[in-house]
Every structure is written in structure tokens, then in C-alpha cells.
Design a binder for this molecule. Structure first.
Ligand code: SAM
Length: 219
């Protein structure tokens, strides 16, 4: 999905409206399930989402995991996040004002990067590496629409890494499933033709800070 900053003003309005209309997190269920398992296994208590869109993912994780600290950033503020009083930075992740805001918030166990998938992801990573965290996750590392992001994840991101990639082609996109038409896609088939049956969530822990716990005690 193009970011609002790359679109004409009328397309921005329609993309944001389309996002708000959907009741969905822009995730595949199998990837989200595996990600939640990792968050539980690693006792993640704080979460920062860069590119929060509707904010449903942050709010879902906050409730499901009873997180102690949740914050989000996007170019626009979802009314859901406003209503939930989530710490929010409205603006460009690459703006110097973001770094000031981020520094004030201190350590996050998990930083989830899901913003500019075309080129900005490298800068997103550098910015978050400079702030205290345990894990950084990238969304869309297996989305066929973003080959540069996939290459970056595979060849440039270093540390202990794990990736969750949906393989179940019977699943629909979104949690719960997105209703089409959605954003620039008239149908689910059009979406899959461009993006494939997976987004992919890649999680990295810097080598110096230890390994990722891959399974919960119960798992
Ligand atoms: C794919 S959506 C995020 C979906 C959301 N994480 C979820 O799981 O439902 C990408 C979001 O990133 C935001 N975005 C893109 N570039 C950005 C930037 N430079 N700074 C902040 N937000 C950005 C867009 O406005 C859009 O809402």
C-alpha cells in the first residue's frame, strides 16, 4: 500500500477513509498468531508501532497482552488511537521532532516498523536502532509488492532473526478479513495478485543483547 505522503490529496483522503472503514488489522492471521506467541514467550510488556494506520494492531496487543506501555506514530491520527489515549506522534517518522518524542519515551521491548515500504524502511530501522529497545520487527518482509524491503531484511538486517510468513492460501487478508474493495484493490484476488498470500513479519534482536526465545514455556 502506498503511504499517504506519496499520494495525491484526494487519494490520501480515500485511502484513509478506506482504512478507517475496515475493522481489520492489516495482518494475516497465521502471522499475527505466531507474532503474539513470540511476544508472550519473550515477556514483551511495551510496544511501539511505527505506521499504525487505524491503530487496531496496537490496541489489540495492548488488550490481549495487558501491555504496560503502548505508543504509535503515523502521518495521521486514527480516532481509535485518540480515543484510547495512546501516546502518539503525528507526523513523519523521519522528522527530527520524532527523535525528541521517541527519546522521551525511553525503552520499548518491541518496535514494530510498518510505514514506508518503498524506501523509507532503511531510515526507519536506523532511527529505531538508535533508541533503547529489545526487538525490532518489520512488517511486509515477504510481501511480493516490496522486493527491496525483502532484500533489506534478508541481507542487511543483522542479529538473531526469526520470520513468520503465511503459507495457508485458504486464508483471507486482514484480521478480521478485510472487506473489498479496499484501498486500491477492487477485489481480494487483485490484492493477492499484487501482494501475494503473505506479508511476513520479521523480528530481530541485536546480537549483543541475546537470543530470541522462540517458544513459550507452554508451547
Ligand atoms: C500498511 S499501513 C500500517 C498498518 C498497521 N500497522 C496494521 O497492522 O494495521 C502503513 C501506515 O504507515 C504510515 N506511514 C507511511 N510512511 C510514514 C512515515 N514516513 N512516517 C509515519 N507514518 C508513515 C501510513 O500513513 C500508513 O497509515
Amino acid at each position: 500500500m502506498s503511504s499517504p505522503s506519496e499520494l495525491e490529496p484526494s487519494a490520501v483522503v480515500s485511502t484513509v477513509q478506506s482504512l478507517l472503514r475496515t475493522r481489520a488489522m492489516l495482518q494475516w492471521q497465521s502471522e499475527l498468531d505466531a507474532f503474539v506467541e513470540l511476544l508472550v514467550a519473550n515477556r514483551v510488556r511495551s510496544f511501539l508501532e511505527v505506521g499504525a494506520a487505524t491503530g487496531r494492531l496496537s490496541l489489540y496487543l495492548a488488550e490481549r497482552l495487558e501491555l504496560e506501555k503502548v505508543a504509535a506514530c503515523d502521518l495521521w491520527q486514527s480516532p481509535l488511537l485518540k480515543a484510547a489515549h495512546v501516546e502518539f506522534f503525528r507526523g513523519d517518522h523521519h522528522d527530527p521532532a520524532y527523535a525528541e518524542w521517541r527519546a522521551r519515551l525511553g525503552h520499548f521491548d518491541m518496535v514494530f516498523i510498518d510505514a514506508d515500504h518503498e524506501t523509507g524502511f532503511r531510515r526507519d530501522y536506523e532511527i529505531e536502532l538508535a533508541h533503547p529497545h529489545t526487538f525490532i520487527a518489520f512488517h511486509d518482509i515477504a510481501n511480493q509488492a516490496y522486493p527491496a524491503l525483502r532484500h533489506f531484511w534478508e541481507h542487511e538486517v543483522t542479529g538473531d532473526k526469526v520470520a513468520f510468513v503465511n503459507r495457508d492460501t485458504s486464508l483471507r487478508f486482514g484480521v478480521p478479513a478485510v472487506a473489498f474493495p479496499f484501498a486500491s484493490w477492487p477485489t481480494f484476488e487483485d490484492y493477492v495478485a499484487e501482494c501475494g498470500h503473505a506479508c511476513g513479519i520479521g523480528v530481530v534482536r541485536p546480537a549483543a543483547s541475546g537470543a530470541i526465545t522462540r517458544q513459550s514455556v507452554a508451547g
